[in-house]
Design a protein around this ligand. Structure first.
Ligand code: GDP
Ligand code: MG
Ligand code: ZN
Length: 310
């Protein structure tokens, strides 16, 4: 039997076969030994082959090649990784400009990491109902900044309904990973998009454990018009992918573009003479917040890159 892993409940996986039937599956013991050190060799989004057992459950014996996947450290001090999800078409990053304010460094690190994983990102700016006057101008500025770089930005509110149709359109027919800090409204968005989902809203208990040894039970939720959302409660983002720090600029498209004009081919855009990137920041052609995020990734301790709980 071949099927799609739609839920991970710890030791059990729910697999939907090609006829739409659901199977409770365990993993065959020796599957754990293959590949890199990983606490969960099978992830939501995986296409797996499973062998039925007498008791009605099945045993996952192999995993089809993944189109993509994202990982994070299983815990702060662990050398083991956890695969969060696989075979995604895009990630939807939910951010807020009020209650709570999403840090721009978090946004930019997420975008850079997703680009390194080659996963397109749609930015949903939620809670726009809370923004009035000057805060509306801030919303326009932030949306404009990321649109100029090439991202799709959708201002939304689960309260007023603003942007919900546009977000639904962006989700339809695709497998989307829903990410973002605790409290930004991910569960509220799922409840609007997935009829009958009824996820708990305002539950922040998960966030206390972020960075500690939490096991994440991810789930795929079907959308009424096709496609699905992957919900990974307790996971805000993912650790920086293992890219060479000198490649950081590759994942900031507007910085990368300007860097062609730098005097030196190996310019890090920090101190070098003839740096076109620093020039562009001074002329406000590259945003200061984006440049600051770029520098913050450059300054990461290479041995510590999966540890930041962002
Ligand atoms: N004002 C406002 N509050 C919202 C909106 N969406 C969600 N919330 C509230 O934000 C809090 C966190 O929402 P939740 O969906 O649990 O966020 P999650 O932690 O990302 O899953 C809850 O109190 C929600 O009622 C919105 O569009 N506007
Ligand atoms: Mg939630
Ligand atoms: Zn430079």
């Amino acid at each position: 039997m071949k099927g799609l892993v739609i839920k991970n409940t710890g030791s059990w996986y729910v697999v939907r076969d090609e006829n739409g039937a659901l199977h409770n599956c365990k993993i065959k013991g020796n599957l754990r030994l293959k590949g890199f050190r990983c606490t969960n060799p099978v992830a939501v989004g995986d296409i797996v082959n499973a062998e039925p057992r007498d008791d009605g459950t099945a045993l996952i014996v192999s995993i089809e090649q993944r189109r993509n996947y994202i990982i994070r450290r299983a815990s702060n001090l662990s050398k083991e990784f956890q695969i969060i999800a696989s075979n995604m078409d895009q990630a939807v990053l939910v951010v807020t400009l009020a209650n709570p304010v999403t840090n721009t460094t978090f946004i930019d690190r997420f975008l850079a990491t997703a680009m390194a994983y080659r996963i397109p990102v749609v930015i949903a700016i939620n809670k726009t109902d809370l923004l009035e006057g000057e805060d509306r101008d801030l919303l326009d500025a932030v949306a404009n900044l990321y649109r100029t770089i090439g991202y799709t930005v959708i201002p939304v509110s689960t309260v007023s309904g603003e942007g919900m149709d546009m977000l639904r359109e962006a989700l339809t027919g695709k497998t989307s990973l829903l990410s973002g800090n605790s409290g930004v409204g991910k569960s509220s968005i799922i409840n609007k998009m997935v009829p009958g989902a009824e996820l708990r809203v305002g539950d922040v208990s998960q966030s206390h454990h972020t960075g500690m040894h939490t096991t994440t039970f991810s789930e795929m939720l079907d959308l009424p018009d096709g496609g699905c959302i992957i919900d990974t409660p307790g996971v805000k983002g993912f650790g920086t992918i293992d890219f060479d720090r000198y490649e950081t600029a590759h994942y900031f498209p507007e910085i990368f573009k300007v860097s062609e004009q730098c005097r030196f081919g190996n310019c890090t855009h920090t101190h070098e003479p003839g740096c076109a990137v620093r020039e562009a920041v001074e002329q406000h052609l590259i945003s200061e917040s984006r440049y600051a995020s770029y520098l913050s990734i450059l300054e990461d301790d290479p041995d510590d890159k999966y540890r930041k709980p962002y």
